[in-house]
Write a protein that binds this ligand. Structure first.
Ligand code: ZN
Ligand code: ZN
Length: 112
């Protein structure tokens, strides 16, 4: 995952892992993803419909944009995200433990 530097789903991780070790099974991939997640090493992100992707957990929070044309995932950060979170929590008297902001659309090349 570190080497890929991108957001991979379990099937893609399995495909890449089995290139290195043909003996690996999809169940092993899922088991390890669960283990890494429980240990706080990785994060699960839902990028569109039911597709679940994983990435190495880093200190800074970030959100995602995904291009519907080429599938590229772009990470972004904005101080406004924290403001939005604070406002929504206050207005709804709700304590959020997780927030994902996900935008889908077209990157510049695909838009053209
Ligand atoms: Zn694109
Ligand atoms: Zn990310």
């Amino acid at each position: 995952m570190e080497a890929a530097g991108t957001h991979l789903d379990a099937k893609e991780l399995y495909r890449r892992a089995s290139e290195k070790d043909a003996g690996i099974s999809l169940a092993t991939v899922y088991r390890n993803l669960r283990l890494f997640r429980e240990q706080g090493l990785i994060e699960e992100r839902r990028l569109g419909q039911l597709r679940c992707t994983y990435e190495i957990k880093r200190s800074g929070e970030h959100q995602h944009l995904r291009c519907r044309g080429c599938g590229r995932v772009i990470e972004f950060q904005s101080p406004l995200v924290r403001q939005l979170l604070a406002e929504v929590q206050q207005r709804n008297d709700f304590f959020a433990t997780k927030m994902e902001l996900y935008l889908e659309g077209y990157c510049r090349q695909c838009k053209e």
